[in-house]
Design a protein. Structure first.
Length: 135
């Protein structure tokens, strides 16, 4: 027979879940709106993934987009997604993302797609043409 988990919520109430239950299971037990909005969980003070099994007797808070710690989780996840883009699709939106991207990519991968000499000539000649026609 599997033992039940006793989980304490931030308001002091307790929930009983089957052994092996995750934070996602806890959020679903509390309500469908919370399950849909859940981003991560704070388990005994440590931010964790929703799919990780909960320990018995843990203090658990479900993090949504309204929680400041959830923003850190989203930024970290976004940095990993950006790091998997090809060199021509790379984009940066600030120092935290930029540092994570450059730590995973060689410098050659960060070069602009406009490095070819024929592209430079076309760009320069189009600027000359537009400046002659515009003024």
């Amino acid at each position: 027979m599997a033992a039940d988990l006793h989980i304490t919520l931030p308001d002091g109430s307790t929930r009983v879940l089957p052994d092996g239950a995750t934070a996602r299971d806890l959020a679903a037990q509390i309500g469908p709106g919370l399950a849909k909005a859940a981003i991560a969980a704070r388990v005994n003070g440590e931010v964790r993934d929703l799919a990780r099994p909960l320990p018995d007797g843990a203090s658990v808070a479900i993090l949504t987009d309204k929680d400041p710690q959830a923003l850190d989780v989203l930024r970290h996840s976004a940095a990993h997604v950006l790091a998997t883009w090809g060199p021509r699709q790379r984009s940066t939106n600030g120092p935290s993302v930029y540092t994570e991207i450059t730590s995973f990519a060689p410098r050659s991968a960060m070069r602009s797609s406009f490095s070819g000499s024929s592209t430079k000539r076309r760009f320069a000649s189009s600027r000359l043409t537009s400046s002659r026609t515009n003024g």
